[in-house]
Write a protein that binds this ligand. Structure first.
Ligand code: UDX
Length: 431
């Protein structure tokens, strides 16, 4: 099968590699010529473990090609996966500009039947609009199907997730079109759910909204645990053994970030508002998340007395480990507060860099953890990179001025750090 993947960000590139492994010939298309040029040179414009090697393998084998012009390659392809971004707009709704642009281009350039597979996270009801946008752009009424096939990839483990999906959701009006996709995914060996397109679109939002709510639930409870001198980590473990609850996504910390949860939750709230409804529980999950980093700062401020004149190390910029993605990362909310309140901030991240817009005299990024901790009064861990978990904390304490360790992800070994002489504080650990 010859497939176009439109939009080669982390979802599109991972999807292209998966489809190539499944035996398809794939053309990755993007309107950004720089991105296409970089990919042709084997360079990923973002960090995703394992993806570059797989891409190289399939590119060199001729299974994946790239183009910046959909119109010139569409004729040779029967199937088009849409993987373009749907970023948040000011009112919380998803910006459908890129989806609409690519669908219009498909409509305007197609000269035979096309199966269009929507992987981008799009508001419920988009499949109907998608058909309309394609028809409006068509010069002749060629047949097509638009299927909703949401992705559930996590950044940092996108390749693994693509090859080991928990489930595949296919939302299609046409049974024949759904079967084509089912055959394509046959070897992935996981439950396949076929639904209406709108249901498939809702499944994606509901999944992310539920996971975000789970995190906010445990984060809010963590604040109560601190007040009651109870450990949220033990509470979460005690809850998680109940299979109805499960261990996953009960790690308390400084809140969720990334390219999906914040955006998708806002979009679902916007969809509900358009129906004249409020999703109260989900709104509260957002409120908890919006204040969770402030809670961590409040605890750190209490320990230091003030941030004024204090030197603070921030470990980790990215919204989670194994990615350089800074979108909605809690660190980007935390650092400006520290600077505004007069702290000197020394930052480390194994991959991500301080964004240009945040540069300030009292903000520096250092290549090593040791340099970052030099003379600091306190450390604030924002991202649980393995490098921090494995670090030589005994040696690192000797370069610090103070001994405060605020573990914003409850990721470090509390007993060991306390034994070494750190004043260790986590989120909801009750100390
Ligand atoms: C998420 C979904 O998991 C994925 O299915 C969807 O396709 C895209 O959005 P991703 O954003 O890559 O994936 O990261 P994820 O691992 O889900 O973590 C999201 C955020 O929640 C991170 O900031 C992480 O640190 C935080 N988190 C996660 C917690 O604070 N506690 C947890 O227990 C789990």
């Amino acid at each position: 099968m010859n497939i176009i993947v439109a939009g080669v960000g982390y979802v599109g590139t991972t999807t292209a590699v998966l489809l190539a492994e499944l035996g398809c010939k794939v053309t990755g298309v993007d309107v950004n010529p720089d991105k296409i040029a970089a990919l042709k040179n084997g360079q990923l414009p973002f960090y995703e473990p394992g993806l570059d090697q797989m891409l190289k393998k399939h590119y060199e084998a001729g299974n994946i090609a790239f183009s910046s012009d959909l119109g010139t390659v569409i004729t040779d392809h029967d199937v088009i996966f849409i993987c373009v971004g749907t970023p948040s707009q000011a009112d919380g709704s998803a910006d459908m500009r890129y989806v609409r642009e690519v669908l219009s281009e498909i409509g305007a350039t197609m000269e035979s039947y096309k199966l269009i597979v929507m992987k981008s996270t799009v508001p419920i009801g988009t499949q109907v609009l998608a058909e309309q946008w394609i028809k409006e752009a068509q010069h002749q009424p060629y047949a097509f199907d638009v299927i909703s096939n949401p992705e559930f990839l996590r950044e940092g483990s996108a390749v693994y997730d693509a090859f080991h999906p928990d489930r595949i959701v296919i939302g299609s009006k046409s049974a024949e079109a759904a079967t084509k996709l089912q055959v394509l995914y046959e070897t992935l060996n996981c439950p396949v759910l076929t639904t209406t397109p709108a249901t498939a679109e809702m499944i994606k939002y509901a999944s992310n909204a539920f996971l975000a709510t789970k995190i906010s639930f445990i984060n809010e409870l963590a604040r109560l645990c601190d007040a009651l001198h109870v450990s949220i980590t033990d509470v979460a473990a005690g809850m998680g053994y109940d299979p109805r609850i499960g261990m996953a996504f009960l790690r308390a910390g400084i809140g969720y970030g990334g390219s999906c949860f914040p955006k998708d939750v806002r979009s679902l709230l916007h969809t509900a508002a358009k129906q004249g409804m409020s999703l109260h529980l989900l709104q509260q999950a957002v409120n908890v998340n919006d204040t969770q980093y402030k809670y961590a700062l409040h605890r750190l401020r209490d320990l230091l007395g003030t941030f004024q004149g204090k030197r603070i190390a921030v470990l980790g910029l990215s919204f989670k480990p194994e990615t350089d993605d800074l979108r909605e990362a809690p660190s980007l909310s935390i650092i400006p507060v520290l600077l505004t309140e007069g702290a000197v901030v020394q930052v480390h991240d194994p991959i991500a860099s301080i964004p240009d817009g945040m540069r300030a005299d009292k903000l520096t990024q250092h290549p090593s953890i040791e340099d970052t901790l030099l003379d600091v009064d306190a450390v604030l861990l924002c991202t649980e990179w393995n490098a921090y978990i494995q670090a030589d904390w005994e040696k690192l304490l000797t370069v610090m001025k103070g001994s405060i360790m605020m573990d914003g992800r409850n990721a470090l070994n509390r007993e060991r750090l306390e034994a070494l002489g750190y004043q260790y504080v986590g989120i909801g650990l009750g100390n």
